[in-house]
Design a binder for this molecule. Structure first.
Ligand code: F6R
Length: 592
């Protein structure tokens, strides 16, 4: 999970373009960065610990170059050191390479290469790839050497490689994203982990698929498929993303921009082709076992889905985190159905779950934001959530859009797609009214009061239970306050021992059959000194602080998470954390 950016073309300021591109990808990894660029007979490399956003091109003062590759890193193999930062290279910088993903068999390859006399200076798996290519180069051309190396590599990767004496860059992918932007000039290419990085230059893209390579040079750019062992033609497609949605605009951070965008994103999510929704609903009805699968926030959305389907569609649906899905493999048949939920469409654990399911002939439905992602490409049916680019590491607008799609599907399963749509249209309009500066100022009063607490808890019942878990993730990842979510009824079985005087406890209250029970749990907490923050359509006596949410019936999970997203953001800002780039995290987790 890192950001890759490379440039090949006529422009002479390739290093600057790469630095700028990496800045746009920084949300993918930000512990260190590096670039390499070609000059006559040599390759110059700069690497540093820290954020690429702090780099000023004038301080770097690169020489003119029209070929450059770069990387911003989220450490996996080896700590955050300059040596472990990419690009990695072999002796005399013969081969220089950036990599996103994990080379699973790197130790075996490394041992073999050491026997052949290779010396390694970093702890990374990536350096091994550079040496492997170099080893093949002793007997083969650069292009063939990369092909041969790739045949030997196990795991997921996206790589971009250059060689000192070749006017060429080679890109390859398997399981990690890599997209090629086709520039306006002849023979001009931008290669990046994500489209926004080059959107300022082009909206024409070529999607590399798994096991494919691109040879970009001044003769004829060509593509090769490792499995077919043949050169292939690739289609150039025009995408309609606009550049503003990839920028912060007037907002101080992407996170608050994306929270605010929920005024519109829900309406976009519901605006689906009803035929696709009905088709998926039919698949669910006829499946012998449906599994909702996702990770992190998307996993919590799937858990909410379990409750929604149980209530609205009267249907039992299983949920598993991507990383836990393997345990279910004995129950899978070609009559099972998997609904994979993912914002990025690149999460390795979810991808692995899909691979396991596909081996058993399971039909795959993908609910994704990134429509051309690996998960979308592996699916039989895709439901795009249409939330637009989500850049802040903490997911917000994608979460509520995913929840909206699952709500719609649950209604469709019960023959009530129009009823579901009406409910969500009304929810979208109530969110529009709710998200205003006064609302944020009200939550800010709470944020200021609790900003220095050590721990806080969130409780909810029914579908508010997974929302409590999701609320905890939001608070943890950007405020760094210890936050935990519990099912309201579970408190008395243990966690209530954690409550002491003034411990903040967010109580998520829905206006239905669970209301009295969750309020009783709130009273139990208050009796132990807890400070009760009620997220509820109705003001209750037990609340020390009330955050009003609209009463939206079955779509309460959607409206209940929004005030906690705002609170998490505000706590991050008050505690001087960068909410867009929380420590130790990155936007899409492409490693297991
Ligand atoms: C938390 C968050 C993560 C992601 C998880 C799955 O705010 O964003 O927990 O939800 O890494 O990512 P996707 O949805 O891209 O599969």
């Amino acid at each position: 999970m890192c950001g890759i950016f490379a440039y090949y073309g006529p422009k002479k300021n390739a290093p600057k373009l790469v630095i700028e591109g990496l800045k746009k990808l920084e949300y993918r990894g930000y512990d260190s960065w590096g670039i390499a660029y070609k000059i006559p007979n040599d390759i110059i490399i700069h690497k540093k610990i820290g954020k690429i956003s702090d780099v000023k091109i004038k301080d770097l003062n690169p020489a003119q170059s029209n070929i450059s590759i770069g990387h911003s890193r989220w450490a996996t193999h080896g700590g955050v050191t300059q040596k472990n930062a990419h690009p990695h290279f072999t002796e005399n910088k013969e081969i220089v390479l950036v990599h996103n993903g994990i080379l699973e068999n790197y130790l075996t390859i490394k041992k073999d290469l050491i026997k052949k006399g290779h010396k390694f200076i970093s702890e990374t798996d990536t350096e091994v790839i550079a040496h492997l290519i170099e080893e093949y180069c002793k007997k083969h051309s650069f292009e063939d050497s990369v092909k041969l190396a790739i045949k030997e590599m196990e795991g997921r990767y996206a790589i971009v490689v250059m060689k000192k004496d070749e006017n060429e860059i080679i890109a390859a992918r398997k399981g990690s994203p890599l997209i090629i932007g086709v520039g306006e000039n002849k023979n001009e290419y931008f290669i990046a982990s994500d489209i926004p990085a080059f959107l300022a230059y082009t909206n024409k893209v070529i999607y590399l698929d798994d096991n494919q390579l691109a040879f970009i040079n001044n003769k004829k750019t060509s593509f090769f498929d490792i499995e077919e062992n043949a050169h292939i033609q690739k289609r150039k497609v025009q995408i309609d993303w606009d550049i503003e949605s990839a920028e912060k605009g007037q907002f101080p951070h992407f996170m608050i921009k994306e929270i605010t965008e929920q005024k519109d994103t829900l309406s976009r999510a519901i605006n689906q082709d009803p035929k696709i929704i009905e088709r998926v609903a039919n698949e669910i009805k006829k499946a012998y076992g449906t599994y909702l699968v996702g990770c992190g926030t998307a996993g919590k959305v799937c858990m909410v889905g379990e409750y929604l389907f149980a209530k609205i569609a009267k249907k039992h649906i299983n949920f598993k985190f991507g990383s836990e899905f393997r345990s279910q493999k004995n129950f899978l048949t070609n009559k099972s159905l998997m609904i994979a939920v993912s914002q990025s469409g690149e999460t390795a654990d979810t991808l692995e779950a899909i691979e396991i399911a596909k081996q058993k002939g399971v039909k795959i439905v993908a609910i994704v934001n990134a429509e051309n992602s690996s998960i979308a490409r592996m699916a039989d049916i895709v439901i795009p959530i249409k939330a637009g680019i989500e850049k802040a590491v903490a997911s917000t607008k994608a979460t509520t859009s995913q929840l909206a799609i699952l709500t719609l599907l649950a209604y469709a399963c019960n023959g009530g797609i129009n009823e579901g749509k009406q409910l969500l249209i009304s929810t979208a309009s109530q969110i529009n009214d709710m998200l205003n500066p006064r609302y944020e100022q009200h939550i800010m009063k709470l944020a200021k009061k609790i900003k220095d607490v050590e721990s806080m808890y969130i409780i909810g019942r029914n579908a508010n239970y997974p929302i409590a878990l999701e609320a905890a993730i939001k608070l943890q990842e950007v405020s760094y306050i210890h936050a935990e979510g519990f099912a309201g009824g579970e408190l008395k079985h243990g966690p209530i021992a954690l409550i002491s005087k003034n411990t903040p406890v967010i109580v998520l209250v829905e206006n239905n059959e669970y209301r009295n029970e969750i309020l009783s749990n709130a009273i139990e907490v208050k009796a132990r000194g807890g400070y009760i923050i009620g997220v509820s359509p109705i003001k209750e006596e037990v609340f020390d602080f009330w955050i009003k949410v609209p009463d939206t019936g079955d779509s309460y999970p959607i409206v209940n998470i929004i005030p906690v997203q705002i609170l998490a953001y505000q706590l991050a800002v008050l505690r001087k954390n960068n909410p867009d780039m929380p420590r130790n995290l990155a936007k899409s987790v492409t490693v297991k």
